[in-house]
Design a protein around this ligand. Sequence first.
Ligand SMILES: [Zn+2]
Length: 531
Amino acid sequence: MSHERLYLFDTTLRDGAQTNGIDFTLDDKLAIAGMLDELGIDYVEGGYPGANPTDTQLFSEEREFDTTFTAFGMTRRPGRSTSNDPGFAALLEAKADAVCFVAKTWDYHVRVALETTLEENLASIRDSVRVAKAKGREVLLDCEHFFDGYKANPQFALACAKAAYDEGARWIVLCDTNGGALPHEVEAIVADVVKVIPGDHIGIHAHNDTEQAVANSFAAVRAGARQIQGTLNGLGERCGNANLVSIIPTLKLKDQFSERFDIGVTADKLKELAHASHKLDDMLNRAPNRHAPYVGESAFATKAGIHASAIMKEPATYEHVPPDTVGNRRKLLISDQSGRANVLAELDRIGIKIDRDDARIGDLLDEVKRREAVGYAYEAADASFELLARRSFGKVPNYFDVIQFDVNVEQRDNALGQRVTVSMAVVKVKVDNETMISAAEGNGPVNALDVALRKDLGKYQSYISGLELTDYRVRILNGGTGAVTRVLIESQDETGERWTTVGVSPNIIDASFQALMDSVVYKLVKSGAPA
Ligand SMILES: [Zn+2]
């Protein structure tokens, strides 16, 4: 069966950059564009040259990408010629393979926001597409508010789309700018549009305001559209854009799509998807969404014991796709609800070979249950579980001892007369027979303690130099004997691997210290540091 080509267009760097709290630098943009290019995304929209210095600089030189690097901007202003519009000129000077013009297609917006006539709006679309085509650019038209516009005045919305197509625009992109359209509406409207413009020239740009941006994108494809626009991790203003990280694996792994369509992302590149998603979170200094479809840490996690034993026998029983196809992994949660099957599966994954009837397995399970009863959470802390398991079977060297630590927090006036709070930690560590004392300041007591602990571990220092903490979460639990604090620390190293450790104590510093120690020891084990 011959496959149709379906194109992917990423707008993380333009529409995604509208997300509250996100401000990409030029280096961020180049790194993200490189990652998208590497994945096999057909189009990468870099930004809006002329609108801000970063985007102007981004498009000031040729970029070495295989993807069609696209600049975004407005059609010529009403009442001006294309040669007498500085914004339009800046867009055409951008070093881009393609230009995506945004134009109004809702008659109400044309009259109220643009304050011009419907005829002038159509002329502006025609002129802009024609001039950009003559400059040798591939042209896309972003039809702003297309679905609302189509509901209000279908003839006009279609006329705008058709005007661009007739002038040679490669893609007419139907935008649900407000994000309020529903899948059945999108499917019906796109079906109308493809009667006038061939579907292999139609794109869909959906926003997620009813949490159906992904569903709306697929609805458009069912009706004939052949380009999907979206962003990594669904970044975008308000509730975000269609999430390409969910769309790509669905297109690759679900028969209804994979048997009909080819996309630019290969099966090999699909395995990089989880990593790409997490790398973007890293750059934004956000903790990844654990429950993200396909790539989240919990996407293939199973808790209950009966499910776990079935999964070990036959994974397809509880998984809709194999986790490694998207670079994720199966996770059997170790918790007080879990049975031997989960523990055995985890031991197997860690690489501890043991007889199924070994009595120590029952001891380990009892220890997990005992600790969870006082507040530890091993299902969220895979690295701490691994250390506990390795210790149960006598396999963790005693790399170093912390003899003593001291943390102090001081509030005072600094030299400028400002009130500041300063934290300082001193840690005394013994490695072999050598004692080392390290001191560090930090923006808080835990940060100071972390920096001091990792400052000098003697012969082990080189093994932990790539270690960094990426997330720190605190929860106060109300146990029977008073409140205790649970700290979860997420770490990562130079290989990009992430792990989580846990500490529990009535004292937050003590709980944090346990989790920090587990993280460092885990890293030493993983790096094969000698005892
Ligand atoms: Zn948008």
